[in-house]
Write a protein that binds this ligand. Structure first.
Ligand code: HEC
Length: 254
């Protein structure tokens, strides 16, 4: 569906008083500078994933879901920063990946460009596009060796008991931007266990909002660059990890 059509559908829902169906929740509010850094990092990351798939087609099963997720993150960054070209192009990549058409995905990814944006675009119900699902949403969190973006391990490495890895504020800023936007998508995908009753659904929402909130705090601190308080960052990464674990303990099967 084109963006124009999606916007029209959203506007019709608004007019009908069905605002809650129009996906009013847009990408989270993050500093434009942070979005720009995350977008540039993820255009490069997406290409790396697609290059890997081209070289090792057998790995598509593990790298493909992350690549699609990164394309969907880029679409959300574009929406948040008013960069319609980025959103539209990222959706073309996601569309090809939904069809496991890696050649087209690669050709479309090479046309991705991050432009200076402006006002956020109207929320276009991105989560409903190209069969995006929760497993894909979570896929970038997986280890780098199994096709993820190593986010979970990077979070935990910062506070592990023996030999914690020193935090790099610039890397934390991108990690937190990805996590915040993954959180925004997660809000839309409560799984079966989380939809058995209203209390479970509320719990799903709470943990997801905590994940977004902690990511926003991580960004505020890490964006200070060299002046960032590293101890505070490590503490926040620990808090973030607790939220991930709490939700997995209650709602994840494996
Ligand atoms: C609101 C609940 C919730 C939160 C918050 C959450 N997760 Fe998940 N996560 C899940 C569920 C449910 C699954 C299983 C998805 C599936 O396979 O269908 C999952 C799956 C995963 C997977 C496995 C993905 C795969 O394809 O193998 C990883 C890794 C992961 N989560 C990491 C994280 C990290 C890191 C955080 C925090 C930064 C986090 N999750 C926050 C619910 C959550």
């Amino acid at each position: 569906m084109t963006t124009r059509l999606r916007l029209t559908a959203g506007a019709a829902a608004l007019a009908a008083g069905l605002w809650f169906l129009s996906g009013a929740a847009a990408a989270p509010v993050l500093p434009p500078e942070t979005y720009k850094k995350a977008a540039e990092a993820d255009v490069a990351q997406l290409q790396k994933h697609l290059d890997h798939i081209a070289k090792e087609p057998m790995d598509a099963k593990r790298y493909g879901p992350t690549a699609k997720s990164v394309a969907m993150l880029l679409a959300a960054y574009g929406e948040a920063t008013g960069d319609k070209g980025l959103t539209d192009q990222a959706l073309k990549v996601a569309e090809a990946l939904a069809k496991k058409d890696y050649k087209t995905a690669d050709a479309e990814a090479k046309k991705l460009a991050v432009k200076a944006g402006g006002k956020p675009l109207a929320a276009g119900d991105l989560h409903k596009m190209h069969k995006y699902d929760l497993a894909e949403v979570m896929s970038p969190f997986r280890g780098g060796k199994v096709g993820g973006l190593n986010i979970e391990k990077d979070i935990r490495d910062a506070f592990k008991k023996d030999a914690p890895v020193p935090v790099d504020p610039a890397a934390v800023e991108v990690l937190a931007a990805r996590t915040a936007v993954i959180g925004e998508y997660t809000l839309h995908f409560p799984n079966e266990k989380a939809t058995v009753n209203t209390a479970s659904k509320a719990q799903w929402e709470k943990w997801t909002k905590d994940m977004i909130g902690t990511s926003q705090k991580l960004i505020a601190e890490s964006a200070k660059g060299k002046k960032a308080d590293e101890k505070a960052l490590v503490k926040m990464l620990n808090t973030l990890d607790t939220t991930c674990r709490d939700c997995h303990n209650k709602f994840r099967d494996d």
